[in-house]
Design a protein around this ligand. Structure first.
Ligand SMILES: Cc1cc2nc3c(=O)[nH]c(=O)nc-3n(C[C@H](O)[C@H](O)[C@H](O)COP(=O)(O)OP(=O)(O)OC[C@H]3O[C@@H](n4cnc5c(N)ncnc54)[C@H](O)[C@@H]3O)c2cc1C
Length: 416
């Protein structure tokens, strides 16, 4: 069933009795051409592009819980392509281009809103670094505008420009950045993949891999073994645990990241605003709530809940940037387990086990990557070759000395 304005009117006039479930609830088959482990944004996008771009319809997505239970339904919804390094920027710009056509491609309202992303700077050195980053963005085909203090003031007059320690001196503005409704992205990809014949199997945890003679031939699950010619793993915060089932140790640590939302307010923020002197980012949802977050909790954990010291730190960042935020009441907060890689950049690659592919290390920036990650992982699984825009995201880059250290923080996952 296609979604359209005509369909809404028709259903409204006939008592809304014609709507069907957005995707089927199939029993897993004994064998598939490809199995994708993890029904988050990346797994679902991979299955959709395997079917649409590579003609593989005999595909299953295996999800241990329900769709949207992981980070795809927990993030702060920011999408952008404002990276510096050549290993990252073309990939994220390709993702942004896919976001721009996503709702038409999926026939689903994912509430993609290009309301802009503004990174504030607080010193001359930081402004110079932003100028360099903006130039790298423009060279990859992205958009970037360097704003001076007055330019930022016109856009966000409510910020604390004269903070004695961290005065705001300007900012890097990406007009095409913005937000998208996170769980609608999962639902949209799920429905579109299902319409192309992909089986989406919820409540089906992968508990092992069928490895015969060094080749992956399928997976063990809580609903029995499933054979497959290729297996792709996209389980985000569970990456280390799941890949350990195949005997692989990853250059990844899992940490918790928290997010917060306030009561609904009248429109105040023009887009996403990030604080450059600490780690704080905020946007306003269509319901009016201020959605914000900051740093990781900083120690390894698989718990999907955070702790008070980081709540305090995040709120201090918010108060330093935008003192009026102190009057808003926080309604909810939650945590998600993020897969932090050693250089802060992702991995989309083959593994030493033939037929087993890995997608992970998204840190706290994988939501914006969802379309390109699915596109490139599907390309890798279907053709065996890395996609050109993800060519640097190799698993062996830590051994060969080719890390993509966007932040320059070194091999310290908690600092990226
Ligand atoms: C609080 C927070 C804020 C964030 N904000 C942003 C942001 O603003 N912008 C941005 O770009 N990124 C953001 N991120 C990061 C982004 O959400 C993640 O990088 C991205 O969602 C990870 O990919 P995914 O959607 O596939 O993960 P998930 O949704 O976590 O999907 C992985 C799935 O694998 C399943 N799984 C695990 N083990 C198994 C198993 N054994 N068998 C079967 N299934 C299994 C899990 O249940 C889960 O559903 C944020 C993350 C958090 C936690």
């Amino acid at each position: 069933m296609g979604y359209s304005a005509f369909r809404i009117v028709r259903e409204a006039l006939t008592g809304h009795r014609g709507w069907k479930p957005a995707w089927r609830d199939p029993e897993p088959k004994a064998e598939y051409d490809a199995v994708v482990v993890g029904g988050g944004g990346h797994g679902l996008a991979t299955a959709f592009y395997l079917a649409r771009e590579h003609g593989l319809a005999n595909v299953a997505v295996l999800e241990k819980g329900w769709l949207g239970s992981g980070n795809i339904g927990r993030n702060t919804t920011i999408i952008r392509s404002n990276y510096l390094l050549p290993g990252n920027q073309p990939f994220y710009e390709w993702s942004m281009k896919l976001w721009e056509g996503l709702e038409q491609a999926l026939n689903f309202n994912a509430m993609v809103s290009q309301r802009g992303v503004l990174n504030l700077c607080h010193s001359d050195a930081q402004r110079d670094a932003y100028a360099r980053r903006g130039n790298a963005m423009i060279m990859s085909g992205a958009d970037a505008v360097l704003l001076d203090r007055d330019g930022v003031r016109r856009m966000c007059p409510f910020l604390d420009f004269d903070n004695a320690r961290f005065p705001i001196t300007g900012g890097l503005w990406q007009p095409r950045g913005g937000t998208a409704r996170h769980d609608a992205v999962a639902w949209g990809y799920a429905r579109a993949a299902d319409r192309r014949g992909v089986d989406i199997v919820q409540n089906c945890e992968v508990t092992g891999f069928l490895i015969e003679g060094g080749v992956c031939r399928g997976v063990e699950t809580t609903r029995g073994p499933i054979r497959a010619r290729r297996v792709g793993v996209a389980v985000a915060g569970s990456s280390s645990r799941v890949m350990a089932l195949a005997g692989l140790r990853l250059p990844i640590e899992s940490h918790v990241l928290q997010a917060f939302v306030t009561e609904g307010l009248k429109p105040v923020l023009p887009g996403v605003v990030t604080y450059g002197a600490g780690h704080f980012y905020v946007s306003q949802s269509d319901k009016g709530g201020l959605v914000f977050g900051g740093d990781l909790d900083g120690y390894n954990t698989y718990a999907q809940r955070g702790n008070l010291p980081v709540v305090e730190d995040v709120c201090e960042g918010g108060m330093a940037m935008m003192p009026s935020i102190g009057r808003a009441r926080v309604l909810r907060m939650w945590g998600g387990v993020v897969d932090m890689s050693m250089d802060g950049s992702p991995i989309i690659d083959r593994t030493p086990v033939e037929g087993l592919f890995f997608n992970g290390g998204w840190c706290y920036g994988g939501f914006k990557a969802t379309p390109a990650s699915g596109w490139c992982f599907a390309h890798l699984m279907a053709t065996g070759d890395p996609h050109p825009v993800a060519a640097a995201m190799r698993l062996d880059r830590f051994r060969t000395g080719a890390p993509i250290d966007e932040r320059g923080a070194g091999p310290q996952p908690n600092l990226h």
